[in-house]
Design a protein around this ligand. Structure first.
Ligand code: AP5
Ligand code: MG
Length: 215
């Protein structure tokens, strides 16, 4: 039976950072809705053009577009044993759609690590974030300075700051998260699959706690 992990947490909580380890550890693909949107933006696809206005304003991309995109992605061969979802679902209709599509794939949401970080900390994390355009690795000017990428290669020329990491946009993303996504904590808690992890520790300590709840 395929295994599906859903990473829950506010913008900047560390979903992307931890997803890389989890995906390696479990041998499952890391599927980040935000990364797929940004890839489409870069390639100027129809989906990218439609999503751009929402992403750059820190708003959510409409459910129908997002759900279809994720269903397409999860249908691919590399997801036959499951996936680590990062950034999806983010609304109640998306969570319901995920349940429905996983039935088709003979699976279900197995575990939902919720990376819990105080709101004040999120702004600090996002305003210092640096991302590698080449391999998607994430760093932080102060908390996780760039040396080389996880592959061991030097990608310093590919480092950039995300357009939606401006303080004003970050504040809106947090507001949108609290209104639309935080209710999913209770949704998964009621299903008995939520695992709270203290995200207000250094990256290594969070990693250990996340891996522990996956055992
Ligand atoms: P998305 O790309 O998913 O952004 P997000 O949810 O806002 O989350 P982030 O990627 O900003 O944070 P993260 O939790 O991954 O943190 P990270 O590990 O990078 O979505 C972007 C946009 O796409 C959305 O706003 C929306 O428009 C659209 N979208 C995406 N999915 C959608 C959906 N399902 N429905 C509708 N629209 C959707 O860490 C952050 C920083 O902190 C890094 O610098 C990192 O080095 C540092 N850090 C991490 N952990 C620690 C730690 N423990 N201590 C100190 N620093 C740390
Ligand atoms: Mg991310």
């Amino acid at each position: 039976m395929p295994k599906y992990v859903v990473l829950l947490g506010a913008p900047g909580a560390g979903k992307g950072t931890q997803a890389v380890t989890i995906s390696e550890e479990m041998g499952l693909p890391h599927i980040s809705s935000g990364d797929i949107f940004r890839e489409n933006l870069k390639n100027e696809t129809e989906l990218g053009k439609e999503a751009a206005q929402f992403i750059n304003a820190g708003e959510l991309v409409p459910d129908d577009l997002t759900i279809k995109m994720i269903e397409d992605r999860l249908s691919r061969e590399d997801c036959k044993d499951g996936a680590v979802l990062d950034g999806f679902p983010r609304t109640a209709p998306q969570a319901a759609a995920l349940d429905e599509m996983l039935v088709k794939f003979d699976g279900q949401v197995d575990v939902v690590p919720f990376i819990d970080v105080p709101t004040e900390e999120l702004v600090k994390r996002l305003s210092g974030r640096i991302v590698c355009k080449k391999c998607g690795a994430t760093f932080h000017k102060v908390f996780n300075p760039y040396t080389v990428c996880p592959s061991g290669e030097d990608h310093s020329e590919f480092l950039y700051q995300r357009e939606d990491d401006k303080e004003e946009t970050v504040r809106n993303r947090i507001k949108v998260y609290l209104a639309n996504t935080s209710p999913l904590i209770e949704y998964y808690e009621n299903r008995g699959v939520l695992a709270r992890v203290n995200g207000d520790q250094d990256i290594e300590a969070v990693r250990e706690d996340v891996l522990a709840v996956l055992k």
